[in-house]
Design a protein around this ligand. Structure first.
Ligand code: ADP
Length: 363
């Protein structure tokens, strides 16, 4: 009679539904009562209809849908102990002591804190007679497992995060579409793609679309990047190429840390080369649309493994995230990955790019 709840939190990504479906179905398969928590931590704090029992059929026909059908949110209340106390009560009242959190490093940090505080939250609930001592004893350990939904592939400890592959498909579709019109009019297109700390989308898109130049956060260009850019673009044109594609990741900058925007790049091309240069900011298109086959399968594997990890957890086991290592889904310590991810973000902010790349390791 174990209760397991799944929720999505923070920024959405394609494939989250497939993960929710796999968690729920595996939970039912192994004899758990499965629940959805709608709107992330907000739903956990608010309780009521936000926490609903999930059935086998309730997760049918969602695997192909983008976004998250159970909603995601950012939640200030959960950052305060008072909010977490309400959340704990809502879970205990339903007998839920297993959580699958699907989100980014923030959501995973919150879950870890909640787990650490759990027994003191239950003590407090018992003291003010919100729960009985039987409930406190029965539900005294909270198990959590994390799955990483992020289109940027910016999480340490996994080769791929859920949503990245689909985002890359969206980018490539958009660039292919633009390339055909650019070809007709001999234009230069500057594409801004997501990735504040991580150039994975920009690099992969640049390779896959034969881009001429790219700007990524991890490898800042020299301060006189304008010369290299113009030389390269002019070279391609004189070799007979009718269009140029330049990809700029959101977090791009030069070696002194000055941000480089798509508009900065356009101005240089316009002034020096007199190309007809246009900007396309892909924005939320990258988060949209149906998940790719890869993301669906990845999320299914990770979701099923998350439920199994919860079933096997003991009171002293370390919380894990399910990650992709080579082609294996494996369990890795959650806080180690979160801390490394946050250290990478800090190093990037402080312009210690080489440190950031080293810290990130494989991916
Ligand atoms: P992401 O999970 O995508 O990194 P956020 O950092 O915005 O996104 O976190 C999502 C939610 O997780 C927050 O709105 C908050 O409710 C919860 N959260 C994040 N960090 C903490 C924390 N240190 N303590 C408690 N809750 C947190």
């Amino acid at each position: 009679d174990k209760g397991l709840a799944v929720f999505t939190s923070g920024g959405d990504s394609q494939g989250m539904n497939a993960a929710v479906r796999a968690c729920v179905r595996m939970a039912i398969y192994v004899g758990c009562k499965a629940y959805f928590i709608r709107e992330g931590y907000q739903g956990m704090v608010d309780g009521g209809d936000c926490i609903q029992e999930a059935t086998w059929a309730s997760v049918s026909s969602i695997i192909h849908r983008g976004g998250t059908i159970i909603g995601s949110a950012r939640c200030q209340d959960f950052r305060e102990r008072a909010g977490r106390l309400k959340a704990a009560n809502n879970l205990v009242q339903r007998g839920i002591t297993n959580l699958v959190v699907i989100g980014g490093d923030g959501s995973l940090t919150g879950a870890n804190l909640f787990r650490q505080e759990w027994s003191s939250l239950l003590d407090e609930l018992e003291k003010n007679n919100t729960i009985t001592s039987e409930q406190k004893n029965k539900y005294n350990v909270l198990h959590i497992v994390g799955l990483v939904g992020s289109i940027d592939n910016d999480f340490c400890g996994t080769d791929m995060t859920i949503g990245t592959d689909t985002a890359l498909h969206r980018i490539i579709e958009a660039i292919d579409a633009i390339a055909s019109t650019a070809y007709s009019h001999q234009r230069t297109f500057i594409m801004e793609v997501m990735g504040r700390h991580c150039g994975y989308l920009a690099i992969s898109a640049a390779i896959a679309t034969e881009a001429d130049f790219m700007f990524i956060p991890e490898e800042p260009v020299p301060v006189n990047w304008q010369d290299a850019l113009c030389t390269k673009l002019a070279q391609e044109r004189s070799a007979g190429q009718r269009l140029n594609i330049v990809i700029v990741a959101e977090g791009a900058c030069d070696r002194e840390g000055n941000p480089i925007s798509a508009e900065d790049v356009r101005k240089v091309i316009d002034a020096r080369l007199k190309h007809d240069a246009r900007i396309t900011v892909l924005g939320h298109v990258q988060r949209g649309g149906n998940p790719s086959a890869f993301d669906r399968v990845l999320a299914c594997r990770m979701g099923a493994e998350a439920t199994l990890a919860l079933m096997e957890a003991t009171p002293d086991s370390v919380p894990v995230v399910i990650s992709l290592d080579g082609n294996q889904t494996v369990r890795v310590p959650l806080m180690e990955c979160v801390e490394r991810t946050q250290a990478v973000a800090k190093a990037m902010k402080e312009h210690r790019w080489a440190d950031a790349v080293k810290l990130r390791g494989r991916s």
